[in-house]
Design a protein around this ligand. Structure first.
Ligand code: NAD
Length: 484
């Protein structure tokens, strides 16, 4: 049985208290996770502060960024170990994790190392009241000890998306991975030691949120800032914890994203795009599309085409060839998604396809599989149209005009992402300007340039990550003025 230990001050640390790690494909116990308590949080914070004042804090940017390149190279060298760990924890298709989770998880170290090495700061010259000259220049200093609280849907990728820039900027990090996916964060501890990242720079504490490692870490006064990806209501709890000491937060939260398909769109490309945005990673993507609006002339044809695509998705475990849809993360999450499937029926939805559990055989019958599901006919007020389900499902409704599409898309407290399909450049630009989101994809979805800003408006988050935008959170900008 695998033991997932905490990683504190360069050492793997067991605790007296463990919880089970289960495989989503068959619900079998695959490991024991050692839960960190207040004492482990204290030890990690002390080590992180010591590292800031030690070799890491004194290290040149060039050396620091070289080390981060080495981290990425070592992840790639141990690609199969990381892939196996991520597949065991999430059950997602091997094709997906090997193309997105692991390579992007490694790339996050290189891209932010290169950005930090090359980014300029501003400088101004002015005439002073006495006729002399003053020069101002800005410098960036690390924020300090950063708590990194992570979700389970893209465990390595979303964690390194924060750890990469945080370390590149010279901070130290304490990662609290999701209790559902402890493996890759733990493995990264081995990588940090093997490439020579100093002790205390990268640490991992396992456990839950309230009354456990998550709460103890985010409440700890020795933590200087908190970066979090997860549910909006968890963000509210963390923000309350961060208020003590007025500590900054960076939040990537939930979404209830609209996809909009105009009648002039490249039909096949739009169907393929919405298939991905609704069902990829079994719908467990914050950027996913759970509300689809299709212009009336192509509505019936689009629903039929999406139904055919959904029904063609092969459901199964990570390693079965051709699998496009893995399981949900846990029994608890499966119960939540199925409860929305039941609500949709109760609220009068037409179930175009799916709506339940697929027939699975052998051990997989205990896995957390659900059918990809499409509904039509629900009012905009129904709970599956309003609330984030985070499963492989979407509701499709017709619209007539651009104005109506904008109104429907914006009728939510969230504001994370949208995907718009049209061949009309004017329509595309007007929609991009009118839909209140942090991320607007035109004729694409989840296409990423890591230099660009990533984040959500409204209840979907606070701040932007990506490219130089990550520096806003992970550094303090100091102005130096010199009177000549
Ligand atoms: P979650 O909020 O349940 O948990 C996320 C993390 O927070 C876990 O590590 C958990 O242990 C910890 N946590 C929970 N309560 C806490 C507390 N009170 N104090 C400190 N830590 C606490 O989210 P999840 O279920 O793991 O992830 C799914 C959610 O994440 C969805 O809402 C999804 O939209 C969102 N998400 C957003 C983005 C984005 O970039 N905007 C990306 C991925 C996922």
């Amino acid at each position: 049985m695998k033991q997932f230990l905490n990683f504190i001050n360069g050492e793997f640390v067991a605790t007296g208290k463990t919880f089970e790690n289960r495989a989503p494909i068959n619900n079998q116990v695959i490991g024991q996770v050692h839960e960190a308590g207040a004492a482990e949080v204290d030890a990690a914070v002390a080590a992180a502060r010591a590292a800031l004042g030690g070799e890491w804090g004194r290290m040149s940017v060039v050396k620091r960024t070289e080390l981060l390149h080495a981290v990425a190279d070592e992840i790639n060298r141990r690609f199969d170990d990381f892939l196996a760990a991520e597949l065991a924890d999430t059950g997602k298709p091997r094709s997906l994790a090997s193309h997105i989770d692991i390579p992007r998880g490694a790339a996050n170290f290189k891209i932010f190392a290169d950005i930090v090495k090359n980014v300029p700061t501003e400088s101004f010259q002015m005439t002073t009241p006495d006729g002399g000259t003053a020069i101002s220049y800005a410098m960036r200093t690390p924020l300090g000890v950063i708590a990194v609280v992570c979700p389970w849907n893209l465990p390595l990728l979303l964690m390194t998306w924060k750890v990469g820039p945080a370390l590149a900027c010279g901070n130290t990090v304490i990662v609290k991975p999701s209790e559902e996916t402890p493996a890759t964060a733990t493995l990264l501890g081995e990588v940090m030691n093997s490439v020579g990242i100093p002790k205390g720079v990268y640490q991992v504490l396992h456990g839950f949120g309230p009354g456990s490692a998550g709460e103890f870490l985010t409440r700890h006064p020795g933590v200087d800032g908190i970066t979090f990806t997860g549910e909006t209501r968890t963000g509210e709890a963390i923000m309350a914890a961060a208020a003590k000491g007025v500590r900054p937060v960076s939040f990537e939260l939930g979404g209830k994203n609209a996809g909009i398909v105009f009648a002039d769109a490249d039909f096949d490309a739009a169907v393929a795009g919405i298939t991905r945005s609704a069902f990829e990673n079994c719908g467990q993507v914050c950027l996913g599309t759970e509300r689809v609006y299709v212009q009336r002339p192509i509505f019936e044809r689009f629903v039929a085409a999406l139904k055919a695509r959904a029904e063609a998705l092969k459901i199964g475990p990570s390693d079965e060839p051709g699998v496009g849809l893995g399981p949900l993360i846990s029994a608890e999450h499966k119960a939540k998604v199925l409860s929305y499937y039941a609500k949709a029926r109760a609220e009068g939805a037409t179930v175009v396809t799916g709506g339940g559990e697929p027939p699975m055989h052998g051990a997989y019958a205990q896995g957390h599989f659900v059918q990809p599901t499409i509904w039509t006919g629900l009012p905009e007020t129904s709970s599956v149209v309003r609330e984030e389900v985070f499963g492989p499902c979407c509701h499709i409704a017709p619209f007539d005009t651009e104005e109506e599409a904008v109104r429907l898309a914006n009728a939510t407290d969230y504001g994370l992402a949208t995907t718009v399909w049209t061949r009309d450049l004017g329509t595309a630009h007007r929609m991009a300007a009118a839909i209140e989101v942090g991320l607007c994809w035109i004729n694409s979805w989840f296409l990423r340039d890591l230099r660009t800003a990533f984040g959500g408006a409204g209840a979907s988050g606070i701040g932007r990550e990506g490219g130089v935008h990550s520096l806003e959170f992970y550094t303090e900008l100091r102005n130096v003025m010199i009177k000549i």
